[in-house]
Design a protein around this ligand. Structure first.
Ligand code: KIV
Length: 269
């Protein structure tokens, strides 16, 4: 029998309780082995629908199917033990009604074993967030630049450049917090607006391109690892994976061309 104490996963209420305390470290992951590394360092791992663009070469997140989110959610859960894993609800799976959102969120929770879901939208999604939370589904909200609305926003543009629009975003943040969201992603938002929202709501704000004024930060793992040839401007790049992969693949190709394969006795030892 193992004498090791079982690792307790971080919960949504534990993240909620981090408001104004130690900054929340969050990253996306879509894959078991990389998630295992992230799990040793991050509080929250998001299986974001950005995987449609990052892993599957889509132009936007609009076409991401629910089954794909569930498949990647399961992979990330298999690779991790301690971080809170949040799975994105993809476009078209929650907007129509709270009942539809519950059906799809319950599928995500049951089939992946994740600890929470994330959905995009502010005041307009408040009723749905309340419906899910009252039925046992922790919800991370997402406001500001909401990529699933790229077709109505007209592109991936920083939000809140005009201070006249700030009250709309502030109302969005208050509405999702009052509805019971345990945290809010603020994406692509000018710093003074992110600062105002962070002061106004009792739940943590987790920024992506929304300044240091938030209670934590989330980045897309591939962007910060240097695996995206054109990362967003706000991303600090910590690795050089594109270069590493290029060099490794080139060395491999040279080895194969020189017939430098493993010898028979090195195979399947
Ligand atoms: O899908 C995603 O990766 C996200 C983050 C950008 C927050 O929603």
């Amino acid at each position: 029998m193992s004498t090791e104490a079982p690792t307790r996963r971080t919960t949504a209420p534990a993240i909620r309780a981090r408001k104004g305390k130690e900054p929340i470290v969050a990253l996306t992951s879509y894959h078991a082995h990389t998630a295992a590394i992230v799990d040793r360092h991050a509080d929250v791992i998001l299986v974001g629908d950005s995987l449609g663009m990052v892993m599957h070469g889509m132009e936007s997140t609009v076409g991401v199917p629910l089954d794909l989110m569930i498949m990647h959610g399961r992979a990330v859960m298999r690779g991790t033990r301690r971080a809170l894993v949040v799975v994105d609800m993809p476009f078209g799976t929650y907007e129509e009604s709270p009942q539809m959102a519950f059906r799809n969120a319950a599928r995500i929770m049951k089939e992946t074993g994740c600890g929470a879901v994330k959905l995009e939208g502010g005041a307009r999604m408040a009723e749905t967030i309340r419906f899910l939370v009252e039925r046992g589904i922790p919800v991370m909200a997402h406001i500001g630049l909401t990529p699933q609305s790229v077709n109505t926003l007209g592109g991936f543009k920083t939000q809140g450049r005009d201070p006249d629009t700030w009250p709309i975003f502030e109302e969005d943040a208050r509405a999702v917090a009052e509805a019971g969201a345990f945290s809010i992603v603020l994406e692509g938002m000018v710093e003074p607006l992110a600062a105002r929202i962070t002061k106004q709501v009792p739940i943590p704000t987790i920024g992506i391109g929304a300044s240091v004024e938030c209670d934590g930060q989330i980045l897309v793992l591939e962007d910060m690892l240097g695996l995206n040839p054109r990362p967003p401007k706000f991303v600090k790049v910590y690795g050089r994976l594109l270069e590493e992969i290029e060099n490794a693949v080139q060395s491999y190709a040279e080895d194969v061309r020189q017939r430098s394969f493993p010898t028979e006795d090195q195979v399947y030892r």
